[in-house]
Ligand binder design. Sequence first.
Ligand code: HEC
Ligand code: HEC
Ligand code: HEC
Length: 417
Amino acid sequence: MSRLRQALATLVALAVAALAFVAWAPVPAVDDREAAAPLAPDAAQAARGAQLALAGNCAGCHTERGGAPYAGGRGIETPFGTVVAGNLTPDPATGLGRWTAGEFRRALQHGVSRDGRLLVPAFPYTSFTQVTRDDADALWAHLRSLPPVQQAKRPHALRWPYGSDLALRVWRALYFRPGTTPADPAQSAEWNRGAYLVRGLGHCEACHARRDALGGIRGAAALQGGRLPQGWYAPSLTDATEAGVADWPIDEVVRLLRTGLSEHGTAQGPMAEVVVRSTQHLAEADLRAVAVYLRSLPVTTSRPGRSGARDPQVMARGQALYADLCRGCHGDEGQGAPGVYPALAGSRMVTMADTTNLLRVITQGGFAPATAANPRPYGMPPFDLGHADLAALMTWLRATWGHDASPVSEVQVLTAR
Ligand code: HEC
Ligand code: HEC
Ligand code: HEC
């Protein structure tokens, strides 16, 4: 007993010491070396910055639906509440008009606002910390070149204590390691470029990472699949049964990121938005670099789905529903129609251990992204089915055409909805 008490006391003392340490650790200073000779943005630099802003999808978060580009106001859902991305236009009162290049770099690379306030990591500075000084300055030149828009920022709606200075300090001490990762000399320049785009500007891990209870990402979990608060699952980029592309040809990966379509499935939901707003605009060489990097990721074995017994009655019900509702588009053998209806036979969205996306597509329908390469995508209508029907349909889809994925129960459907 006394040993336990002693251990507890030690733990508490350690926790207090750690807290004191993080609470008083200084915020990184602004590197304003160019303050004496202010950065003179030129058109070429701003144009390069505009391209980088597409790679980082800055406008995606910093633009309200129907609002002026970069003027902010969009709420980003997190498990801890909603945070609002602010105004990045050069308006002096409500945007970045009074900021210096150094202050901007510090925000991007260290997650600290102009006034020293710590920023919420829904702003993916844990990835943007990789951005080089040159690229940060080009992004800055691009933002300076935008027309100023006066639009005050709405406050965040985060539950206490998330978002408090102390909570953010603790979070940063646990999860944030600022600085760029040096290029890996053992790899090609193309691979290193891909790593920079995926792990840095492209912030793929903002969605594709498995996060712990505090929303933190630990090393290896970075691209291994994560649940999104808006009710999607961003599958693992290292797992061949999820979104891994190790065995895809490079051109197929490029095609997915450029058009939203591939032999193996379409980009949906939040990924469709990434394709529309960001990856479709990247230069061919950059997309190839991303593909080279993704294909090189060490493959992880998937969590095996529990393959339970399948109730013949449930299977018959699922088959009948498919014949009624789905076969017309997706075909007798789930083969789809190339470029029009995706194949369900072999679709990873159908067989993945996590059935969030499958359920979501059936009940809410959807569109592949409308991209320059595929301007008028075909849509899938939503289906208003009961829990038992959904479970039966999914169970059947997951056990047909050579699939052998775990059955889906009514309870699973109920909790998922
Ligand atoms: C996933 C959504 C998301 C993306 C992508 C994103 N941001 Fe943000 N950004 C935010 C949020 C949310 C905040 C607000 C954080 C806060 O106030 O604590 C923010 C804050 C900022 C700030 C600080 C503003 C201030 O007033 O302190 C800057 C600067 C910024 N973002 C620049 C960028 C740039 C440049 C890019 C593209 C390279 C970018 N952001 C991409 C969500 C995003
Ligand atoms: C805003 C969240 C978000 C971001 C950021 C994001 N993804 Fe995704 N991604 C998803 C979701 C959700 C899915 C599952 C839906 C689907 O299959 O399209 C997905 C699916 C994928 C797939 C599998 C597509 C298929 O049909 O098999 C690949 C590959 C992928 N993402 C790559 C990337 C890369 C590379 C990046 C960074 C450049 C990235 N994602 C950034 C949310 C995101
Ligand atoms: C009117 C034609 C149509 C019908 C009917 C239809 N779908 Fe679809 N489905 C589509 C189209 C088009 C897409 C691609 C658009 C998208 O990505 O949302 C799609 C996509 C899907 C996907 C995503 C596949 C992947 O790998 O990306 C699944 C799963 C799916 N449908 C299942 C079903 C099921 C189950 C039914 C019956 C309940 C059904 N669909 C009925 C047209 C249809």
